[in-house]
Design a protein around this ligand. Structure first.
Ligand SMILES: [Zn+2]
Length: 339
């Protein structure tokens, strides 16, 4: 069984006034819209794979309003989880995550994964220029692009969005389904609806509508600082914490800790303060506890053992408990495949 999705060859009336709250008036199901432009090489753009991350809808409304009568390049637009968007949720409990079920996923096959498989088959049948998936995140983070395959062209694509880019490896993400087919990147555009993030993504997409070709030469470190995320930092359940160095709790951070997203912490800088021996736990992507390799406590102060970059720090205590405090990034190192 396949989840029902609609195919259109033009924008329906009312597209430019649409909000996520009323999105199903026009798009009752996920929808794939083919818009032919002067350059027949398509830009595939996916939005609302996470229903509450609505900046992508705003971006496409602005871009398409500007080019309503003369699109410089063909666009295949996929509008993803409209049911979750209507409810302002990432996904509805019981649904699969629409950005974890694209070809290459590791979940049980589902009607939604069948739909993504079909969408990819349709896209792969077209001449493709690039594929862009537009997202938002929580907390104060710069706008950045994520790529799953750090080819020179993908790195150049990421560098056009920001000088910091991330290599990520979640199985079943949309971007990964285009590896080997065309350059592909996921855009993280700050908080949902953030005006700067929308404007930034608009400039990026606008640029891709007229760009001739992405260079095949790896960008310099100056043009792109490529990082990767494989450490997750959690606060154990029994550890009390505050973002106030004077608080009477086990673990304390500076009040502006969130401003340290995407800044380097070196081994001499104080990461936090504590009165217990093991106030934090760090796990790698395999789930192994690597806390003692990564950090140390000296006289009530926490230090990292190597220079690392926190990202996606949240001060929301519920999110800290349910998800994590932050991730720790390091410079991307090309991993040779062991034969
Ligand atoms: Zn997302």
């Amino acid at each position: 069984m396949i989840e029902e999705f609609d195919r259109l060859h033009g924008l329906p009336d009312g597209f430019f006034d649409l909000t996520t709250a009323n999105i199903r008036n026009l798009f009752p199901n996920p929808t794939l819209i083919q818009l032919n432009g002067r350059n027949p090489e398509f830009l595939f753009i996916s939005i609302l794979l996470h229903g509450n991350e609505y900046s992508g809808l705003k971006v496409m409304q602005q871009i398409l309003a500007r080019h309503a009568h003369d699109l410089p390049r063909s666009i295949m637009l996929f509008i993803g989880n409209v049911r979750a968007a209507e409810m302002n949720l990432r996904f509805i409990p019981g649904q699969v995550d629409y950005n974890r079920c694209w070809p290459g996923h590791v979940l049980e096959p589902s009607p939604t994964s069948q739909m993504m498989q079909r969408v990819i088959e349709i896209a792969h049948g077209l001449p493709l220029f690039a594929a862009i998936d537009i997202h938002n995140n929580t907390g104060k983070n710069p706008h950045y692009a994520c790529i799953t395959d750090p080819t020179p062209q993908n790195q150049n694509l990421a560098a056009r969005f920001n000088r910091v880019g991330m290599v990520f490896n979640h199985k079943g993400v949309c971007t990964m389904a285009f590896n080997g087919i065309c350059p592909a990147a996921t855009l993280e555009c700050g908080l949902p609806g953030d005006a700067d993030g929308i404007a930034h993504a608009c400039r990026f997409i606008e640029d891709l509508l007229t760009l001739g070709e992405l260079p095949h030469k790896t960008p310099t470190r100056h043009a792109l600082h490529l990082v990767e995320s494989h450490l997750t930092l959690n606060i154990p359940e029994n550890i009390s914490f505050e973002f106030d160095p004077g608080a009477d709790v086990d673990l304390r951070f500076e009040p502006d800790f969130e401003d340290r997203n995407f800044t380097l912490f070196d081994p001499q800088q104080v990461f936090g303060y504590t009165r217990v021996e093991r106030p934090l736990s760090v796990t790698d992507t395999d789930g192994h506890d690597v806390t003692d390799d990564i950090m140390r406590v000296e006289q009530g102060k926490i230090y990292l053992n190597n220079t690392l970059m926190p990202a996606m720090i949240t001060r929301d205590k519920l999110v800290v408990r349910q998800d994590c405090l932050c991730h720790l990034l390091q410079d991307y190192i090309h991993h040779e495949v062991e034969l």
